[in-house]
Design a protein. Structure first.
Length: 331
């Protein structure tokens, strides 16, 4: 982007909220160690499948957090870009004979391009108007996947999808998807530590003030949407090899709200928060399965309490608890 503010102008921009969400070296090493051990501890196929689902959700939540938390754009179309990445990559492999890795890259690119195009078409919309437009795009995408039977097989779906060569074992597949999640986290961290982070923060805080500093808000909205949508497309491209099937219902518009909940519960605009939110909201329904039908009531109540009493999400609560502990130790 050629319109990144000059150093003088950048000094007046609000800092991107990246400070609290990034672990130090010790925290990163501990996290990676836990990730490496988990599939060895959970030896049953169900547990390992849950880990893979959690890793996919982490990637999706990180992509949405870039759009919502750092660029301040309310996107309710996450499921659409997830589906675009899944179908484009899978159809390229099944119908065109493209290898998995090029197909994954093209599916990711397709989702990113569609996200950028959507942002350019809705550039004058903000707040709930933008949310409605993105949700409408999710509905349209779902209907296309459902009704373009000659290409997608519609509700019958695509079957016999296999993981990429060398990753047919669930443990290796989990490591692949978890590695992609780590790379996405690291890439977004580097991006937001650059002047791009301050530019997106200025766009999020006040578009008029950002424009007065020479920022092309239209282009930066499209940039944020494109990158965040590409991340969702990457997760989508990794999904079919795990599921083995591809049906439109896996990308229903309502699923976008699930990804949004992960970002909000974890902590918007922190990077670490969406990771926490994705892990917790992936595991919580399964941990509550023992109480039967009441689990969804407990789950919904817990979500409501987090939103009401933890405005900074789980990450914000963690930081407040850590700060209080440091004060007590110092005192």
């Amino acid at each position: 982007m050629s319109d990144v503010p000059s150093p003088v102008a950048a000094a007046s921009l609000p800092a991107a909220e990246c400070r609290p969400g990034w672990p130090g070296r010790a925290g990163a090493a501990a996290t990676l160690g836990i990730v490496a051990i988990l599939p060895l501890v959970l030896r049953d196929s169900y547990g390992r499948g849950l880990l893979i689902a959690g890793a996919l959700n982490v990637i999706q939540a990180l992509g949405l957090d870039l759009i919502l938390g750092f660029a301040g754009q309310l996107d309710l179309g996450a499921a659409a870009f997830y589906g675009i990445g899944a179908y484009v990559s899978t159809l390229l492999v099944m119908l065109a004979g493209v290898g998995f890795w090029p197909a994954l890259a093209l599916g990711t690119l397709a989702a990113g391009v569609m996200g950028g195009v959507l942002a350019l078409l809705t550039v004058r919309l903000r707040g709930h108007y933008l949310a409605i437009a993105s949700l409408g795009f999710a509905v349209i995408t779902y209907q296309v996947l459902l009704n373009w039977i000659s290409l997608t097989q519609g509700p019958l779906g695509l079957y016999g999808i296999t993981p990429p060569a060398g990753f047919t074992d669930p443990v290796r597949l989990f490591y692949l998807i978890a590695a992609c999640a780590v790379l996405v986290f690291a890439a977004l961290r580097a991006l937001l530590a650059s002047p791009v982070g301050a530019t997106l923060a200025a766009l999020r805080e006040d578009e008029i003030s950002a424009a007065s500093l020479g920022i092309d808000c239209r282009r930066w909205k499209a940039f944020a949407f494109a990158v965040g949508s590409a991340v969702a497309g990457l997760a989508g491209g990794l999904y079919p090899g795990f599921a083995g099937t591809l049906v439109p219902d896996a990308f229903a518009p309502a699923d976008s709200f699930g990804v949004l909940a992960m970002v909000i519960v974890g902590g918007i605009g922190t990077l670490r928060g969406p990771v926490l939110g994705a892990v917790v909201l992936t595991l919580a329904p399964e941990l509550l399965r023992g109480i039967g039908d009441a689990r969804m009531i407990v789950y919904g109540l817990a979500l409501t309490l987090v939103v009401l009493f933890m405005p900074g999400g789980l990450d914000g609560a963690w930081r407040m608890a850590a700060a209080r502990l440091r004060r007590n130790q110092a005192g």
